[in-house]
Design a protein. Structure first.
Length: 187
């Protein structure tokens, strides 16, 4: 279940909000300028479908998002279960950082947790299959794919050649609960 937890940046122990209600989740994120949507495939997508089949199944929403946000290219990123480099991959995104452009991801399968550091708060959004999240450029954030990563995501780029992470060096990510990979959450 997609889930949002909101913490004050100084209190990772006691959340101010924890909800799996999609209306509440979308509303809270929208108030902070974060786009979240639920997408449905236009046709069945088989397990192990290739990138073209995944992009084709979500083509109308992909085209709409690209047009509305100015994204100029897309790809499909996969981390399969049991990947030999899972720990190293997980570690790559665990520290707070920013990008010069949006980080927009659609989860076609699997799950992962984004942590957005906004206005003295940390928003943890556990994304699962069917979830689209677009994080505006410049937003402080980190991503935890969990101890046993398993996801397939469509990525959207404005300038794919210039995609890079700028670490903030804040150390805040280590103070907040890691994502354990669970898809069942209270609230
Ligand atoms: Fe990022």
């Amino acid at each position: 279940m997609t889930h949002l937890t909101v913490f004050h940046e100084d209190d990772p122990e006691l959340p101010e909000l924890a909800t799996g209600d999609p209306v509440v989740l979308v509303g809270h994120l929208a108030m902070s300028g974060i786009l979240f949507e639920r997408w449905s495939a236009t046709r069945p997508v088989a397990d192990g479908a290739d990138s073209d089949a995944i992009l084709d199944a979500y083509a109308p929403d992909v085209a709409r998002l690209c047009a509305s946000r100015g994204y100029r290219s897309v790809d499909v990123a996969r981390v399969p279960p049991g990947a030999a480099n899972a720990a190293a991959l997980r570690a790559m995104f665990l520290d707070e950082h920013t990008h010069g452009e949006d980080e927009a991801r659609f989860f076609a399968a699997g799950s992962g947790a984004f942590y957005l550091h906004l206005d003295h708060r940390v928003f943890r959004i556990i994304c699962e299959a069917g979830d689209l999240l677009s994080i505006p450029g410049g937003t402080r954030h980190w991503f935890d794919m969990g101890p046993n990563p398993d996801f397939t995501a469509i990525r959207f780029f404005t300038h794919p050649d210039g995609w890079r992470a700028d670490p903030t060096g804040s150390g805040i990510a280590a103070r907040f609960p890691a994502y354990d990979g669970s898809t069942v959450h209270p609230g």
